[in-house]
Design a binder for this molecule. Structure first.
Ligand code: HEC
Length: 406
């Protein structure tokens, strides 16, 4: 169900009269929590930073919220409670606040400073690792450019990654970022002299690279629970894979030097692993408005706990579902969302880790709308769309973080 109708039943009339100052201060707070991660200067959506611009858009903000377009569809909290769900959707009180401000003519008081630029949310880091130099993408005919950078961590002993946050530089051209770990020169072409300076790479990464984490528009940092982390090798070598995409006039003029901020610990009590769950071979038929693909893996080591899921599809996604299927046929919901917006791919971190039992499996299914009536449909007329990393292809993954049994 889209949260369309909730907005209409809020009794705004009962609110006490408020000063312009209060109306604006309250509205600003709602925008900062729920909208600013995308609607900011240099971001992917029109900036609300400037008070006058925010005011001029007040009516369309309320309309977009009422219609369920904004904020974009996110994991539903009726499936499972998530630690970070306050930024997923607006609650009734937040909607009432925006509406009261808009109805009063969207005043802007002098007292509210423009929000600080959106910066790293989980800083300070133990290390900030960047590509060796700014890079100006050279887009192929299909608009894609994949560039990888070797990021040496410089740790003399094994270390544990307890959290990570992409530090994205040129937001408008970055389609997604993946962080891998490699060992030695695995996956690095032999003619590359200095891989820290960047090299051409495949969208699928390379055999032997281990997926650690990823970023796509709207993503938030991945921070593992106290006392847990992913093991990195001695002198760990990370690979930053940048996927640049040319989507507007002038994109080829921008340069980028993105990186990752990492949180590290010498030891942890329990290890985190990441399972990429999803089918890697499918074709979505042209014209099908509800095509479902799925995959599941056995995950029955008793004591394993699921920490959270990072769902990933491209633009034709229409719904995502991941659940634990127990041996008696019952299910526990891990992530469910009706609706999908490529610009909103959040890591849904469970408030309480979910403990797996013997015989459980983890099951992912993705629904795609490849019809002409999908507003996100890039092709006219629709074409068959195969699995693949390119923007014009589709993927279906639940990147699932699991922590070892105690
Ligand atoms: C995850 C990123 C993201 C978040 C969070 C987000 N937006 Fe948007 N918004 C976009 C993008 C991208 C566009 C432009 C493309 C589009 O329309 O989908 C947009 C467009 C808009 C538009 C103009 C187009 C329309 O649909 O009317 C309005 C108004 C808007 N957003 C309001 C909001 C408000 C209000 C919030 C917070 C309550 C919000 N958005 C949260 C990404 C986001």
């Amino acid at each position: 169900m889209l949260p369309l109708l909730v907005a209409c039943v809020t009794p705004v009339a009962d609110l006490p009269a408020q000063s312009d100052e209060t109306l604006w201060t309250d509205a600003r707070a709602v925008l900062d929590v729920n909208c600013a991660r995308c609607h900011t200067a240099g971001g992917q959506a029109p900036s609300f930073d400037d008070a006058a611009t925010a005011s001029s858009m007040a009516a369309s903000m309320v309309a977009a919220v009422d219609a369920g377009r904004m904020p974009p569809p996110a994991p539903e909290t009726s499936c499972a409670p998530y630690e970070n769900s306050d930024t997923f959707t607006l609650d009734d009180a937040e909607i009432a606040t925006l509406r009261a401000w808009a109805d009063a003519g969207a005043p802007t008081g002098a007292a509210v400073a423009d929000p600080p630029p959106v910066t790293a949310q989980s800083a300070p880091f133990d290390a900030e690792l960047y590509g060796g130099q700014p890079y100006t993408p050279s887009f192929g005919a299909d608009g894609n450019d994949y560039r990888c950078f070797l990021l040496p961590v410089g740790n003399e002993d094994a270390v544990f990654l307890t959290g990570m946050e992409a530090l994205v530089d040129a937001l408008p051209i970055v389609h997604h970022v993946v962080l891998f770990e490699t060992s030695g020169t695995t996956g690095i072409p032999s003619d590359v002299e200095d891989p820290t300076q960047g090299f051409a790479c495949s969208g699928l990464g390379a055999g032997g690279w281990e997926f650690l984490g990823a970023w796509a528009p709207g993503a938030n940092p991945v921070i593992f629970p106290e006392g847990t982390g992913m093991k990195l090798a001695r002198n760990a070598q990370l690979i930053l894979q940048m996927h640049y995409f040319d989507s507007f006039e002038g994109a080829d003029q921008l340069s980028d030097q993105s990186g990752y901020g990492v949180h590290l610990a010498d030891s942890v009590e329990r290890r985190v692993e990441q399972y990429p769950i999803g089918p890697t071979s499918f074709t979505i038929p042209a014209g099908d408005s509800a095509y479902v693909v799925d995959d599941s893996i056995p995950a029955g080591d008793p004591g394993l706990e699921v920490l959270g899921v990072w769902p990933h599809m491209h633009v034709l996604g229409a719904g995502f579902d991941e659940r634990v299927v127990h041996s008696d046929g019952s299910e526990s919901c891990l992530l469910h969302q009706d609706g999908w917006n490529f610009h909103n791919q959040v890591f849904a971190k469970l408030s309480t880790p979910l403990r797996l039992q013997t015989g459980d499996s983890l099951s992912v299914s993705c629904t795609y709308d490849n019809s002409a009536s999908n507003p996100q449909q890039p092709k006219d007329p629709p074409e068959d769309v195969p699995f693949g990393e390119e923007t014009g292809n589709e993927m279906c993954f639940g990147f699932t973080y699991v922590v070892d049994a105690e």
